[in-house]
Design a protein around this ligand. Structure first.
Ligand code: ADP
Ligand code: MG
Length: 694
């Protein structure tokens, strides 16, 4: 029977052997069309050559990278379920047998395995081999039910593994995929030749990844770096880059407000400052000046390590706007930070301090009304605020520049909301977490970049140490010494993200407070966390900033921006619960004055990861490492709304490819897009869940 080839947009329900239950499982997982089915790749491949016979297993002799992970295939000879005596956990035990011997497999707290597994089933299992009381065993291995040998013989070298979807086992999915591959019509080619020239065509790539030929490179398959992976990743990244390029082209066509600045004004502004700009600050400021006088709309990312002086560049830019009849707004993630920026702006402004207006969510009604009135009348030329700035009731008189600190905490939608209020203001995003160019492109889309790659002079390096909990006394000893010298100290206890903080018990920070009060009975201590009311928080911070309190115990609310030059030591408890970049940010809170500063972490685990901070103070390297370890999603925080959802592409692994796609997208755009290309692009953008391109 020969069937006409099916376009990839065909519903999966055309496939044979897809009853209602299985079809529903596919639908539930968002796999509606052949394309959806084929683009969800195996999560792993098992190389038959890596299978171990049960009699050959031994603890020693494994290559370190696999960490003693073995893959075995056998038949379930015995299956028991019981409850452990000590912790009363459900225990599932399987005795697996092959022609050469047997092996014990154990799972904890997965009682449903008793229904999934049956004596006589053929089972593929992989996990780390350990020595138990009754000999070698696999604890909580991942597994794959293989069905009867006659039904699903393992003929090829590589066995692709797919996630089980409800009643749809990996093996059934494999059969569906095979059928889909056989019946699919090759899709149209959308990649420009310079991207596609060394790569297999789309359908071939899919075949290579779902049914890898025996001669495939096992390691490349596993790491997602075969030419077939690159083909699929390039399609996603090209569509993405083309969308960004279109948005950019749209922005460059818009008429931007021309800020009537002059060289004299800029010199006067610089003279305001208590110090000379660094070379990097001067360059960045010049790039901003060029943008806001170009007649186009600025969209610029200002990157720089903690302490590189971004805030100062932001202030200069805002002052330039404020001094020429416009309004500028600085948007920050927390109220603590907003107050702090407002205070330092007021200091810089001196007699002009009245031109500054703070706007916070936690303001009293009357206070807020007054603030809104000053913003609406234009009397407030500098506005510093938190997300309260997004609210509908905020109307600006003449908003020309928005500076966003730590933008990745703001969603794209909120950003659009603010944009609408002021017509089309210039946009400057400051990021203290240095991120690679390709990722900046992915996260922030269409942006130009300025980089502050130079620290202000006179900075002392920060001594960084890592202690195990049993040696924590050394950290407290240091705090004692610094306090005796008249310095102040930060102590940081973990908590989850500040916006979620209210939901968790503050056990950690309370225990730490008790500990500190015991160690330092005579020192005034302030405790701050996200659950405090704004005015209480401000009062406590204020006492510490003024030097009345010597120790500030805090959650990560102090992560960004807090500036207390007299604080020379920070101790972070449970450092393993923080990301590397976050720790680096925290470290940036000390070393801001003339005195030598110290950063001590206490942790009983993940010492290797944390060691990175001991070894380097280069925020760029730390961010890169953090990204590799945690992936972009975690790195930017789960709530990051702007990250595109790629199925195959990986922003860390494929960053070079993304840059090539970006160049190709610019070329394609320069040649003009056809209506059909635009249709394709709209479909792809919808799939990547990106903003509208039209
Ligand atoms: P960032 O926002 O990049 O972390 P800040 O703008 O807060 O850095 O600056 C860090 C510290 O360095 C602040 O105390 C600031 O006053 C000081 N600073 C900034 N620029 C200079 C400069 N050019 N010379 C001397 N000190 C500076
Ligand atoms: Mg800052």
């Amino acid at each position: 029977m020969s069937l006409a080839p099916l376009p990839l947009s065909t519903k999966v329900t055309v496939l044979r052997g897809l009853g209602p239950a299985r079809a529903a499982a596919l639908q539930e997982a968002g796999l509606d069309t052949l394309r959806d089915l084929l683009w969800s790749l195996p999560y792993r491949y098992v190389d038959r050559g890596s299978l171990r016979t049960l009699d050959s297993l031994e603890l020693r002799g494994f290559e370190a990278p696999e960490g003693g992970v073995v893959t075995v295939l056998g038949t379930i000879q015995d299956l028991r379920q019981s409850t452990t005596r000590v912790q009363h956990m459900a225990l599932t035990e399987v005795l697996l047998a092959d022609d050469t011997g047997t092996l014990r497999l154990l799972w904890f707290n997965q009682p449903y395995l008793g229904r999934t597994l049956k004596v006589g089933d053929r089972l593929l299992a992989f996990g780390p081999l350990t020595m138990g009381r009754q000999g070698l065993e696999l604890r909580s291995p991942q597994f794959e039910l293989m069905g009867r040998e006659e039904e699903t013989p393992w003929v090829r070298r590589f066995l692709p593994l797919y996630r089980k979807l409800g009643p749809l086992t990996g093996r059934v999915r494999q059969r569906l995929v095979t059928e889909a591959l056989g019946r699919a019509h090759p899709p149209e080619e959308w990649l420009p030749l310079d991207l596609s020239k060394d790569l297999p065509d789309t359908l071939t790539a899919l075949r290579l990844l779902h049914e890898p030929p025996d001669e495939s490179d096992a390691r490349a398959l596993e790491s997602g770096s075969t030419p077939a992976h690159r083909r699929l990743a390039a399609e996603e990244l090209f569509a993405f880059a083309l969308g960004v390029a279109l948005r950019r082209a749209g922005r460059l066509k818009r008429r931007g407000l021309v800020v009537p600045t002059s060289p004299e004004l800029r010199e006067r502004l610089k003279a305001y400052l208590p110090f000379k700009l660094t070379g990097a600050q001067r360059r960045a400021f010049k790039e901003i000046v060029d943008d806001v006088t170009s007649g186009r709309v600025m969209n610029r990312l200002l990157q720089g390590d903690v302490g590189s002086g971004k805030t100062l560049v932001a202030f200069l830019s805002l002052a330039m706007v404020a001094e020429t009849g416009g309004q500028g707004a600085l948007l920050v993630p927390t109220e603590v930070l907003a107050r702090q920026h407002a205070a330092s702006f007021q200091r810089l402004l001196g007699p002009e301090a009245g031109a500054m207006q703070l706007l916070l969510g936690g303001m009293k009604a009357a206070e807020k009304r007054a603030a809104l009135a000053r913003i609406a009348s234009g009397e407030a030329r500098y506005v510093v605020g938190t997300h309260a700035l997004f609210q509908e009731s905020v109307a600006f008189h003449r908003l020309q520049l928005v500076v966003v600190d730590e933008q990745h905490r703001f969603g794209v939608k909120q950003r659009e909301a603010l944009k609408e209020k002021g017509g089309d203001p210039h946009w400057l995003v400051m990021s203290a977490t240095p991120i690679p160019r390709s990722l900046a492109l992915a996260v922030f889309g269409d942006l130009d970049q300025s980089v502050l790659d130079e620290l202000p002079p006179g900075r002392q390096p920060i001594t960084t140490k890592l202690h195990r909990p049993e040696s924590a006394e050394r950290a407290w000893e240091l705090v004692r010494r610094e306090l005796a010298e008249g310095r102040q100290a930060f102590v940081v206890s973990p908590s989850i993200d500040p916006s979620d903080e209210g939901k968790v018990q503050l056990r950690d920070i309370q225990a730490m407070e008790a500990l500190l009060r015991g160690i330092f009975p005579d020192e005034p201590i302030e405790v701050v966390h996200g659950r405090l009311k704004a005015d209480e928080m401000a009062a406590r911070m204020g006492r510490f900033v003024a030097g009345a309190s010597k120790i500030l115990l805090a959650t990560t609310v102090i992560e960004v921006g807090v500036d207390v030059p007299n604080a020379t030591v920070m101790v972070v408890d449970h450092a393993e619960r923080f990301g590397l970049s976050q720790l680096h940010q925290l470290r940036g809170r000390v070393g801001r004055g003339a005195h030598r500063s110290h950063f001590h972490m206490i942790s009983g685990s993940e010492t290797e990861r944390l060691q990175t901070l001991v070894e380097t103070q280069d925020g760029f390297r730390i961010a890169q490492k953090d990204l590799e370890l945690r992936g972009p999603g975690e790195f930017f925080g789960v709530r990051q709304a702007g990250l595109p959802q790629f199925q195959v592409a990986d922003l860390v692994r494929d960053r070079a490819l993304l840059l090539r796609c970006r160049e190709a997208a610019d070329r394609a755009l320069a040649q003009g897009l056809s209506e059909r290309q635009m249709d394709w692009l709209r479909r792809e953008q919808a799939r990547l869940r990106l903003a509208d391109v039209s």
